[in-house]
Design a protein around this ligand. Structure first.
Ligand code: AMP
Length: 191
């Protein structure tokens, strides 16, 4: 299996690139943000809980997020591999993911980080907010909080996989195809 973590700040293009990676490598795309938005759309208890954090740009608690991720992985056992997008975002989430994959005799193959400067990110997210319908994309204060949370709470995830020599930084500015080629080069080296 090829198990990728697509990593990077909010607005770095993870969702866009994940769709293209799925197309080429036939992996299952799991975005915890998308899973939460689906739950919110269906007004489930999990969705209601997640929304209270997402609206402020804070992380949903690990126990909730890890449980949801585990369900999704366990519901899809027979795949060529996974692309984790927006997960893991904390060290306990890294450990839970490693345990989950270990149960299947698997590991993370690579963490690919899309590196994009802050100003560019804020611009991209506010622009996306005009059409995405995401409340957390429209409020500049919430956007800046999401970036701060990424820096303070989520960047240790890069270092966690760097210790295993699995973390790779990809220049995330440029055309969509150009950035995809940079990612694909890293994935091709695995398969
Ligand atoms: P995203 O679509 O990845 O930008 O995520 C949108 C929001 O969902 C985040 O700002 C968090 O509130 C929540 N979220 C998504 N993934 C996670 C995660 N792995 N851990 C905690 N909260 C998450």
């Amino acid at each position: 299996m090829v198990n990728l973590i697509l990593f990077g700040p909010p607005g770095s293009g993870k969702g866009t690139q994940a769709v293209k990676l799925v197309d080429r490598y036939n992996l299952l795309h799991i975005s915890t943000g998308d899973l939460f938005r689906y739950e919110i759309g269906n007004q489930t208890p999990l969705g209601k809980e997640a929304k209270s954090y997402m609206d402020k740009g804070q992380l949903v608690p690990d126990s909730v997020t890890i449980g949801m991720l585990r369900n999704k992985v366990e519901a899809n056992p027979n795949v060529a591999g996974y692309i984790f997008d927006g997960f893991p975002r904390t060290i306990p989430q890294c450990e839970a993911l490693d345990d989950l994959l270990a149960e299947k005799g698997e590991t993370i193959s690579k963490l690919l980080m899309l590196d994009v400067p802050d100003d560019e990110i804020v611009k991209r997210i506010l622009l996306r907010g005009e059409s995405s319908g995401r409340a957390d994309d429209l409020n500049e204060e919430v956007v800046r909080n999401r970036i701060a949370v990424y820096k303070n709470e989520t960047t240790p995830v890069f270092d966690y996989y760097a210790k295993e020599d699995k973390s790779v930084k990809i220049h995330g500015v440029g055309g969509i195809e150009e950035i995809f080629d940079r990612l694909a080069e890293e994935v091709d080296a695995l398969v």
